[in-house]
Ligand binder design. Sequence first.
Ligand SMILES: [Zn+2]
Length: 151
Amino acid sequence: MGNIALKNAVTGPKQYFEMLKVICSETSKSSSKPSKRTDPRSVSEDQISALYHLFGESQVINALEIIEEQVIIHITVAGSGRTYFQVRRPRTTYVLYSNVPFCTCPSFRFKILKKERKILCKHVIACQMALALRKCQFSTASNYMSTIEMH
Ligand SMILES: [Zn+2]
């Protein structure tokens, strides 16, 4: 993938987020080809290595584990067409935006405080990948706050 060459131009969370979306969009494209696999959408080795390169192996593996746990919900707000994600964990639910690098988890907040460049947490990566792979649940909500559960 030529996208890896762009890494030198990646300077902050927005750029990392855009790169993540580019890599995930490759998933959607390749999955439209006929495949003999039982799961029609899958991540190629090229995509995985690009993700490792950008975010580090452990972060990507953690994201893949979240996808396999099937705890990601993609929510469309009725009427507005706005979308966001929920990641349901045993004690809490994290909320993420679809088009902005943001997550309500402690790790993301910590990265902001430390002004880390690689600001994306595993949930951000997991949600974008799950959406591309169609491995999240799809739901609608009547308004933005109604489905956000605070514990
Ligand atoms: Zn997070």
